[in-house]
Structure formats: C-alpha cells, structure tokens
Write a protein that binds this ligand. Structure first.
Ligand SMILES: NC(=O)c1ccc[n+]([C@@H]2O[C@H](COP(=O)([O-])OP(=O)(O)OC[C@H]3O[C@@H](n4cnc5c(N)ncnc54)[C@H](O)[C@@H]3O)[C@@H](O)[C@H]2O)c1
Length: 273
C-alpha cells in the first residue's frame, strides 16, 4: 500500500495494547480509523484521544467470535466512515494450560476468535478491499507460531494456523493487488491475559490463566524481551509500503526461530537426495 492519507483502516482489538498502537500509528499516517472491540467503552476512549489530536477515528462494537457481529461491523464502517482499504484483524485471546488438559470447547474458543474470527473479518471486508485502487490485510500472529513453549500450546497452534492462512491468502490475493502481511510480535506490555479472561465465554471450564501457569510460562520465557506495543510496530509503515510478508517486532528471537529452521535443514540433510 502506498497511499494512506484519507483512506479507511479497520483495527479489531483496538481498545488497548497492540490494536490501540496500530490505530494511533495509522491515524498519524492520515488514515480514518475504525476502532473495533468487544470493549466498546475502551475503544471509545482511544478514539476520543485520537480525535482530540485532530485525527479521524470512530469506535465500533464487535465480537470477532461471532460472524454476524463482524458482518454488521463491515456494514457500519462502510456507512459511517467509508470503504475499508487496510484491514487489521488483530484480536487474539490467550488460554494457558497443558494442551491435553484443555477441553475441546477451550480449543474451539481460542481458534474461534484467533483463526475463524480473522477469516470472518476477511470474508466480510473483502468486497470493500476489492473496491478501492489498492488495499492491504495485516494479521497479528505471534513469535509463538515459530517457536513454541509449554502451556501456551492452544494459543501457539492458533497463531501458527493464522500465519499459514495469511501466507496462503497473500498468494491468492496477489493478482488483485491486495497485499497481505503478518505481524509477528514477541512479548509486549499489554493487558492480554486480563482481556482474554474478560472475553472468555461463560461456561468454559479452565480459567484463561492461573498464577501457577503465569509463573511457569514466565520462567520459560524469562530470557525473552518485553517491549511497548508502540515500539513493536516502529517499522510498520515502511513494511506495509514494501508489501513485506512478515513484520517481526523482536530481533532477539533470531536464535530461537533459526533453531527451528536448522532442525528442519538437518531433517532435509538426513532425507538425502
Ligand atoms: N501481548 C503480547 O505479548 C503479545 C505477543 C504476541 C502477539 N500478541 C497478539 O497481539 C494481539 C493484541 O493483543 P494485546 O497484547 O494488544 O492484548 P490487549 O488485551 O491489550 O488487547 C486485546 C483486545 O482484544 C479485545 N478482544 C478480546 N476478545 C475479543 C472479541 N471476541 N471480539 C472483539 N474484541 C476482543 C479486548 O477487549 C482487547 O481490547 C493479539 O492477537 C495477541 O495474540 C500479543
């Protein structure tokens, strides 16, 4: 995407954390930003802050676990703000716990939001993305898609599925001039655990996280750096202009990610000719 000014961006999960940072960055680029979240009040507060700084921003309610809610969002954005040119399906929920201990309903919730929610966003907004002269989809995956850790398995599996979906969509939309990128963040200072617990549907067994899980995961990831979301997306705009397939936020993950590819290279070597 080359032209941002005056065009419409939709960011889901924009009430806080990375989504709010994306909204701020895109608004600073002159885009009209739709901030969509299950936490409408939070989205309103971020949008109001942007408008106070002279930006064009509006809050919308959405539950990305509900395709009908996403379809309604697409209609409201088109009516109230204009045709979406940059779609950021950014919502993702976290569910800690050993994979065998989580119920199928917990798996369905995480995949329903993190994967099917993003797919439903694309399906709902694709007609608008196709209507303009150029468009882009920016997904939020995670370093967990490339480097896994115990007790984060359902989340990492969902982010891996999302990355694969993004890579495939990129190939399928390339001919139409619609770019697709995957943002691959590492740890950021956000309210991710708390917002996931708040958004978890009633009736699911396991809590989104326990203190013991947090301590366990914290120990496993203790060497990994945490950054502020605004810092994580410092290279966003040039990457979108260049239609980069991947936007990695934490260079410190190099060794962990390369270790995975080294293991695959060794497997290729063992496979011979
Ligand atoms: N925080 C991290 O360390 C980290 C690392 C890698 C990737 N990510 C990813 O970044 C993205 C943003 O998370 P964050 O860290 O900014 O967390 P956050 O809690 O600050 O923001 C998440 C937002 O999503 C909203 N949300 C939750 N469920 C929703 C639903 N069903 N429908 C609509 N909105 C919903 C919440 O209300 C919240 O405003 C997620 O996809 C997350 O998986 C986060």
């Amino acid at each position: 995407m080359q032209r941002f000014t005056g065009r419409v961006a939709v960011v889901t999960g924009a009430a806080s954390g990375l989504g709010a940072a994306l909204a701020r960055r895109l608004a600073a680029e002159g885009m009209a930003v739709a901030l969509a979240d299950i936490d409408l009040q939070g989205a309103r507060e971020v949008a109001a802050g942007l408008r106070q700084n002279g930006r064009n921003a509006r809050a919308f309610a959405v539950d990305v676990g509900e395709p009908a809610s996403i379809a309604a969002l697409a209609e409201s954005v088109a009516d109230e703000l204009g045709t979406c040119a940059l779609l950021c399906p950014n919502v993702g929920v976290q569910q800690f716990g050993p994979v065998e201990r989580l119920s199928l309903d917990e798996w369905r919730w995480v995949f329903g939001v993190n994967v099917f929610g993003a797919v439903a966003c694309v399906n709902a907004f694709l007609p608008q993305l196709r209507a303009g002269e150029e468009a882009h989809v920016l997904f939020t995956s995670s370093t967990g898609a490339l480097h896994v850790s115990p007790r984060v398995g359902v989340y990492n599996a969902s982010k891996s599925a999302l990355l694969s979906y993004a890579e495939t969509l990129r190939l399928e939309l390339a001919e139409e001039g619609i770019g697709v990128s995957a943002l691959i963040p590492g740890g950021m200072y956000t309210t991710h655990l708390q917002s996931s617990a708040a958004a978890k549907p009633a009736g699911l067994e396991a809590p989104a996280f326990t203190d013991e899980d947090v301590a366990f995961v914290g120990r496993d990831m203790s060497g990994e750096p945490m950054v502020e979301p605004d810092h994580a997306i410092r290279n966003l705009i040039p990457a979108l202009r260049a239609d980069e397939p991947y936007i990695v936020t934490h260079p410190a993950f190099r060794e962990l990610i390369e270790a995975r590819f080294s293991a695959l290279r060794r497997a290729l070597d063992r496979a011979g000719d």
